[in-house]
Design a protein around this ligand. Structure first.
Ligand SMILES: *[C@@H]1O[C@H](CO)[C@@H](O)[C@H](O)[C@H]1NC(C)=O
Length: 325
């Protein structure tokens, strides 16, 4: 009798392990979710580190054999209820990689222009009302994009550069997200003429310099690249009146890129090589009444600088920077 009970328990454990094993789609979903849930204002470098090593993402924690009975109670009746619950929160945001129905009547332009592989871009990727999702598709080049593209996602691919013509004429393009590729160069002319570009996400690549960007930018994330101070143009961000967040963590920058636009809310410079700031980096030594009220977050931790040495550099700020004191 006791043996029988053990066998039943063993059977249940195996069942649990089978259902808990991540499928290919689920793995993709998890990567998506990691990104989607990144809070805009509180960037943590560890998130990007994890994304960078997308292959080595650790799924062990999902396979929790210690508490199988509770889970199985929910699993048994419908078979897959637990897995469905797992992703349901975010199903609306995640666009699954399902090819369009091949039997559907062909509408000109619906599938977008043909990519190099001969496959229409919107079969290779997923296109949905202006958004083109090419995450995890192993692409090495930016595919030709439909003229009405507003949001382009190509995270975790094998892109190595962005060329002048890649986004040419995409006058409604607002967001480019190529996080987690191997991009080492972006042509100087590739982005500056995009009239509506507001978000550029190029974190976890190999960039040594940033190209010229349009002044419409709101969010720039170039964390975890190889940016050195000469790779950022003089006064690069000065006229970006709408710029809210500037993420440059995990590079090799020697100084804070100045001047910072007045509306900037957060600048992330942790884990760089900043060695000095002075009374005019954030504030204005000539105007003691000046207040930089928007700048709520300054990350300077992980830099070889002792912020105690410049006590007057923060008098105009709502918060002192994070860093060594
Ligand atoms: C920074 O400098 C101050 C004053 O010179 C000193 O008291 C403090 O220990 C230093 N902090 C660090 C983390 O080196």
């Amino acid at each position: 009798m006791k043996t029988f009970a053990y066998m039943v328990l063993l059977g249940l454990l195996i069942l649990e392990a089978v259902f808990a094993a991540p499928t290919k789609n689920e793995e993709t979903s998890k990567k998506f979710r990691q990104i989607q849930l990144l809070p805009d204002d509180h960037f943590e470098e560890s998130d990007y580190m994890n994304q960078d090593a997308s292959d080595s993402y650790d799924y062990e924690g999902e396979l929790n054999i210690d508490e199988p009975l509770l889970e199985i109670g929910r699993l048994t009746p419908s078979g897959n209820s637990v897995l469905v619950t797992y992703d349901s929160d975010y199903e609306e945001e995640l666009i699954p990689h399902e090819p369009l129905d091949p039997g559907a009547p062909s509408v000109p332009g619906l599938l977008g222009p043909d990519a190099k592989e001969g496959l229409p871009t919107c079969l290779l990727c997923t296109c949905l009302s202006g958004s083109v999702y090419c995450d995890d598709t192993d692409i090495e080049n930016i595919p030709p994009l439909p003229k009405d593209t507003t949001h382009f996602y190509a995270r975790f691919n094998k892109l190595t550069n962005i060329k002048k013509g890649d986004f040419a004429g995409l006058n409604h393009l607002k967001r480019i997200d190529v996080t987690g590729n191997m991009i080492s160069s972006i042509d100087e002319d590739a982005l500056r003429q995009l009239p509506e570009l507001v978000d550029l996400m190029v974190a976890s690549n190999d960039l040594e310099q940033l190209p010229e960007l349009p002044n419409t930018m709101i969010n720039i994330d170039a964390s975890y690249n190889k940016l050195h101070s000469n790779g950022i143009k003089k006064e690069a961000f000065k006229d970006m009146n709408n710029l809210v967040s500037l993420y440059l963590a995990g590079n090799v920058l020697n100084f804070v890129p100045l001047p910072l636009p007045e509306g900037l809310r957060s600048i992330n410079l942790q884990n760089n090589n900043v060695q000095q700031i002075d009374d005019d980096t954030f504030c204005n030594s000539k105007d003691i009444h000046y207040v930089r009220k928007a700048l709520e977050l300054i990350r300077l931790d992980g830099n070889p600088i002792n912020l105690s040495k410049t006590p007057h550099a923060y008098v105009c700020l709502p918060q002192v920077p994070h860093g060594n004191y």
